[in-house]
Ligand binder design. Structure first.
Ligand code: NAD
Length: 728
């Protein structure tokens, strides 16, 4: 394997080209680093070489580090293995930065420039940051930045130390702490890179720079005499303010559950107090501590490795290519309009049908609104808007569905209406067309009874708002065939979302787990638990919304509707009477949630949340004795997690990777834990069973540990097998 090659031209300019064979995007491996190192050594030692251009043979520069390599480094060598591996990377990048110059006089180095044709992420920017100049092609689609924090780590190949010394802690914060990505022009404005040039001029401009660079151009500010950190170090009055603010901001946003953000701040703070090379060592130690934390393993596993595997079709049945060319969407309401937008955006021709023409037109106008917003943010061009809109035909005429290879039905949640639509669609489409329903509550297998081709009938469950929510739940009915599943998966790949495939059962997977979470929160209110304790306990364990806020967002009347339908279906076995009492009372008070500006929270006239509604205490007084925080958290987490385990036991879920990825993307389940199964592996099945036993004793059978957990506790097994890490 040759990831890097080097050529030297007649003017003595060496070009090191990164082009990983067989991949569409460069990623850095340990072998790649070694090759880069060897080329740099050769070029620096060769007296005929005047300087070096580092570039890419692909349309992008690099997507980052191969995270599988990091996982392997940890497995093979533990903390020491990681630390030594990272220090080796530092040594190579530092060699590039010093480029053969005399360490005292800072003279005699060779200019090294990074020439970025496109996207440069993670190590793809950390390597350029070690060069003397960064030139990017003017490619508005390119993304430049350090997104590591999004998968639970932080830039650990010098990116943290270099960016803070280059920009100052304050200016570097959005790039490091939020993983903010920029296009080349914005990256230049933000100080990440030095120059943006026309794509065709990239290499010639890089060469000109190499040939004209002065010795002083090669000395990084932090290597020059008298360097002062922009914005001040922690003991400088201005710097002090930055660090106090940053610390508060990070804790406010992460609630202290993400080890990476804390370690990053530690690396920045401690690194700012010492010389550059010591700062790199501190960065390496903090990085190692993050990689050894089970949370980072779990996050990398779910948010990166497994998410990507699912997107690439890990659970796709064998079937010929099912790429969708023309999709028919029935029902142009909130969901249908969103599905039309994401489809048209993915170059798919769309027929958007509603019962009345003005409803269909409104559905199409929804896309127009989103595209206009994109234009105002300079993310969409006027031409692109015209192209996307031209792909959407809004009509009431089912004959327009001729030629569709996929239908997505998003009409009212009423089996009769859905059955009528199914029959009309099947009469208007060819025999190979796949029919998908976006129902959120109705069993797919019973809706399929209205179909003459039940093997081609499937559930494709989107989440709202469709353009933002990345998860799509694909539901296999009893008779759904493999081609329908493959079609749904190929469609989800086209619209660049993440699929999970589950079997048909009440509420499928995501809603099945989230309803008990909401219910547990409401139950606690009925018991007299301080509502603020419920909400804060949820947030402090990493849930994006407390259960009461969540039910306000989705609306109390929807909760009432679901409760009534579930009670009707379950009869005497229905377990949630205590929850309904609160829900129904709220509905009687007209407090329908956020949309009504009144729910468990109070809202101002503009719809802004003001705080928990005080009137709640009139009906449900707060008890004198309050449970402790951990107990409330255990109730809220176990309510979801046990449901996920039951879904696995029942065969609704067939793959724990889907259970974890689906939980994080579908309802924001504590991402730091890697998902419900990730969390169970972190605490261990034995501890989980212990928690369940205590909760069952105090609150009832809904917390009884499923057999699978008991078995795992007895055998010491984990869900992810040998790659799972126990609690530190
Ligand atoms: P909505 O009321 O906003 O839209 C439904 C649309 O279907 C309306 O425009 C209506 O005019 C149209 N319609 C009704 N009967 C029709 C018929 N016979 N032929 C053609 N069009 C018809 O509802 P929504 O929120 O978009 O939900 C649609 C479906 O998606 C439901 O099954 C719902 O359960 C499901 N769903 C909703 C959400 C959500 O958050 N709203 C999430 C996932 C799934």
């Amino acid at each position: 394997m040759t990831d890097f090659t080097m050529t030297v031209d007649a003017d003595g300019v060496a070009t090191i080209t990164w082009d990983v064979p067989g991949k569409s995007m460069n990623v850095m491996s340990l072998a790649g680093f070694a090759e880069l190192n060897a080329h740099v050594d050769t070029a620096l030692a060769d007296a005929t070489v005047k300087g070096i251009i580092i570039t890419s043979g692909k349309k992008d520069f690099a997507g980052g580090m191969d995270l599988n390599v990091i996982a392997k480094m940890r497995e093979d060598g533990g903390a020491e293995g990681i630390f030594n591996g990272v220090m080796q990377m530092h040594a190579i990048l530092r060699k590039i930065e010093r480029a053969g110059m005399d360490p005292k006089s800072l003279k005699g180095g060779k200019p090294i420039v990074a020439a970025l044709p496109g996207t440069a992420l993670g190590i793809g920017l950390e390597l350029p940051l070690a060069c003397h100049r960064i030139i990017a092609a003017d490619n508005p689609r390119a993304k430049i930045g350090l997104p590591e924090i999004m998968v639970g780590i932080f830039p650990g190949a010098g990116g943290t130390t270099r960016l803070v010394r280059k920009l100052g802690a304050m200016m570097a914060a959005p790039f490091l702490l939020e993983g903010k990505l920029s296009d080349p022009k914005a990256a230049k404005a933000g100080g990440l890179i030095d120059e943006v040039v026309a794509p065709e001029d990239l290499l010639s401009r890089a060469k000109d720079w190499v040939l004209s660079a002065k010795e002083a151009d090669l000395v990084k500010p932090w290597d020059a005499k008298g360097y002062k950190m922009p914005g001040g170090t922690p003991y400088h009055p201005a710097g002090y303010m930055t660090f106090v603010g940053a610390n508060a901001m990070v804790l406010g946003k992460t609630m202290g559950v993400y080890p990476a953000a804390k370690a990053l701040l530690g690396a920045v703070y401690e690194g700012a107090l010492v010389p550059f090379d010591t700062a790199l060592k501190i960065e390496a130690r903090q990085f190692t501590s993050v990689l050894m934390n089970p949370s980072s393993t779990a996050m990398i596993r779910s948010l990166f490795i497994n998410k990507e595997a699912l997107e690439k079709g890990a659970n796709r049945p064998e079937a010929p290519d099912q790429t969708v060319k023309k999709v028919g969407i029935i029902g142009a309401g909130m969901m249908g309009a969103g599905i039309a937008y994401v489809s048209a955006n993915a170059d798919i021709e769309v027929v958007l049908i509603d019962a009345a023409q003005d409803a269909a037109d409104r559905g199409r106008a929804y896309s127009e609104g989103l595209l206009d917003k994109g234009i105002s943010r300079r993310k969409v061009t006027v031409e692109k808007k015209a192209e996307v809109l031209a792909r959407i035909t809004a009509t009431t005429d089912y004959a327009a569905l001729a030629g569709c290879d996929l239908i997505v039905e998003a009409v009212f949640e009423d089996p009769k209406v859905k059955a009528e639509v199914t029959a009309r669609v099947e009469a208007a489409t060819g025999p190979d067309c796949i029919f998908a329903t976006n129902t959120s509550t109705l069993p797919i297998s019973s809706l399929a009874k209205a179909s003459a081709r039940p093997d081609q009938f499937i559930g494709i469950h989107f989440f709202s708002p469709v353009d933002k929510m990345m998860l799509v739940e694909i539901i296999r009915g009893k008779q759904t065939g493999d081609r329908a599943v493959a079609k749904a998966l190929d469609f989800v790949r086209q619209i660049r979302k993440t699929p999970i495939v589950v079997n048909d059962a009440r509420f499928f997977y995501a809603n099945r787990c989230i309803i008990p979470y909401i219910n547990e929160g409401i139950r606690m209110v009925a018991e007299g638990v301080e509502p603020a304790l419920v909400e804060n306990a949820a947030k402090l364990v990493g849930m994006p919304l407390g259960p009461l806020q969540l039910v306000d967002e989705t609306s109390i009347d929807l909760g009432v509707k679901i409760a009534k339908a579930t009670r009707a279906a379950m009869g005497d076995a229905y377990p949630d009477g205590a929850v309904d009492e609160v829900l129904f009372w709220m509905a009687d008070q007209g407090r329908m949630g956020k949309k009504a500006n009144a729910g468990f929270y109070a809202y101002d006239a503009a719809g802004k949340r003001e705080g928990l509604w005080e009137g709640l205490a009139r009906q449900y007084p707060v008890a004198k004795d309050q449970p402790d925080l951990t107990l409330v958290q255990h109730r809220l987490l176990m309510a979801q997690v046990l449901e996920a385990v039951r879904a696995l036991e029942d065969g609704v879920l067939t793959d724990i990777r889907e259970g974890d990825v689906g939980a994080i993307l579908g309802w924001g389940f504590a991402p730091w834990s890697g998902g419900p199964f990730g969390w169970l592996d972190i605490i261990g099945a034995a501890r989980a069973v212990e928690i369940c036993a205590a909760l069952t004793g105090a609150y009832g059978a809904r917390f009884a540990a499923p057999k699978m957990l008991h078995d795992m506790a007895a055998s010491g097994a984990t869900f992810y097998g040998k790659t799972a890490l126990k609690a530190a």
